[in-house]
Design a protein around this ligand. Structure first.
Ligand code: T46
Length: 134
């Protein structure tokens, strides 16, 4: 599976670091929604779904966490530990987020507004949807 990570430009100076993200430039889609998770409890694993059409970029802007990506044939774990790095997740990919450090802030830039109908929350349905059998 191809893992697409974006390295964002850091506008650093003697005051510290700054990152600016613009849609269709740094981010390969129009950003319709931003959400973030923090204070994730130890041992929590979340996600467990795929999206029919949503594209997203995940950035762990503080702390660290891991992402499992599963295309139905292959599973890959990706570590997010840099505030200047974004992980692209296309539609049709099962994702799980885990191993959050206590200080982790995982920010997500999304190509669409929130729509529960876009979620596939059952793994067997996911495999069926993408034309794979378990
Ligand atoms: C994804 C991964 C990476 C909203 O009301 N609006 C929103 O935009 C979002 C994302 C969630 N919610 C509500 C729906 C649930 O009642 O917040 C609650 C938690 O959402 P969920 O259980 O879907 O969270 P995760 O961490 O399992 O998944 C989230 C995104 O939902 C999902 O699109 O790809 O992060």
């Amino acid at each position: 599976m191809e893992i697409k990570k974006y390295q964002f430009q850091i506008h650093g100076d003697d005051r510290g670091q700054l990152i600016a993200l613009e849609e269709m430039k740094d981010i390969p889609f129009e950003i319709k929604r931003v959400y973030y998770m923090y204070d994730t409890l130890k041992g929590v694993r979340r996600g467990f779904h795929a999206h029919k059409s949503l594209e997203q970029i995940l950035i762990c802007i503080h702390g660290t966490c891991k992402i499992l990506l599963d295309n139905g044939s292959e599973k890959v774990e990706v570590l997010l530990d840099k505030p200047y790095e974004g992980l692209y997740i296309s539609n049709d990919i099962w994702r799980e987020m885990f191993d959050f450090s206590p200080d982790a802030v995982l920010m997500v830039l999304a190509s669409e507004y929130y729509d529960e109908a876009d979620y596939i929350r059952n793994y067997d349905e996911f495999l069926k949807y993408i034309g794979k059998k378990r």
